[in-house]
Design a protein around this ligand. Sequence first.
Ligand SMILES: Cc1cc2nc3c(=O)[nH]c(=O)nc-3n(C[C@H](O)[C@H](O)[C@H](O)COP(=O)(O)OP(=O)(O)OC[C@H]3O[C@@H](n4cnc5c(N)ncnc54)[C@H](O)[C@@H]3O)c2cc1C
Length: 337
Amino acid sequence: MTDGPNIAVLGAGVVGMTVAKLLQDENRKFNITIIADSFKENTTSAVAAGIFRPGTSFCGPTAEITKKWINNSWYYWQDILKSSEAPQAGLMSFSSYIFSKERYTVTRNHLIEDLVPIYRAVDKNELKICGEGWKYGSYFSTIKIGCERYLPWVERQFLDKGGKIITSTVESFTSLPEKYDLVFNCTGLGAKLLCNDHHLVPIRGQVIKVKAPWLKTAIYGDYDTYIIPGFDGIATLGGVRQYDSYNMKICKYDSAAILERCCEMLPALKKAEIVAHKVGLRPHRVPVRVEPETVNGVKVVHCYGHGGYGVTCAPGTAMDAVRMGLDLLKTNVKTKL
Ligand SMILES: Cc1cc2nc3c(=O)[nH]c(=O)nc-3n(C[C@H](O)[C@H](O)[C@H](O)COP(=O)(O)OP(=O)(O)OC[C@H]3O[C@@H](n4cnc5c(N)ncnc54)[C@H](O)[C@@H]3O)c2cc1C
């Protein structure tokens, strides 16, 4: 223990772990404890394909803040990607096609077109590279953040630097195991109960992990169909978006539909070995909640509700949350900082 402030981070998904990392980078005197009931592969974050691609509906409190979150996130991930730690941290760069038979607009993305190195319309030949009948398409460069690697990577560093971890379910901000000067609420969908937040809704997702080491490019099609390459030759096939569904069981009909749609785009997948089926509930909220609040005397900064884009945007939102937390701390514990 140092004589610095005691800080709790609730949640060990991509948001909580990134908040904890930024806090430690900010000041080594902070005594930081991560409290969560699930870690690493048991979080929603570990189910995600982890492609950096915010949906165009991704939404902070204003358009400016949304864009700032996305840009800051991109540069955070780029810093890790350019370091020697990139593979251990789960970062890789690749390119992606997005095709549509119906809508030109789905192939555009105003949130990243000016950010990623390449974002362009495809030519006629490219419309024929997978499946048939595509009318519209874009090609862009982006990155993947594999949370199956990123979460353990952050956890190792966090513990090495003196961070503490407690496995526990939090019932309320006032019943934490110790007294904390500041609490970050990064509980994803768990915030629904913790904050009685009716605006937070699960959007159920299901994916199939297959062995496809030959796949080097991501491909998106209509109806939420996607094929994303990954580490160790394991690709993610998706997907579904089921609003307000809490069903954590694998649905065989969803699996069949995902396989059919993906194999139609890329017939080579028919022979790919299936490694796993996974389900996750995206914590959807409009807008994503990043704000301070004092709850029964406890100083809390909320950072949750990232929906289908939490891996992409965790760092940008975490940076704002940490800044808000430091402002809160300064008002009361000036001498400790
Ligand atoms: C199929 C699928 C594909 C996806 N693909 C992508 C993608 O390609 N790109 C992208 O950017 N995003 C993607 N997402 C979205 C992304 O996974 C989420 O936005 C992100 O994981 C949210 O992170 P989080 O840290 O807020 O939540 P979580 O990962 O759910 O972590 C929440 C943490 O809080 C803890 N917790 C909750 N309540 C309590 C409590 N009461 N007490 C103690 N601990 C608690 C949990 O144990 C956990 O540790 C996808 C999601 C799914 C389901």
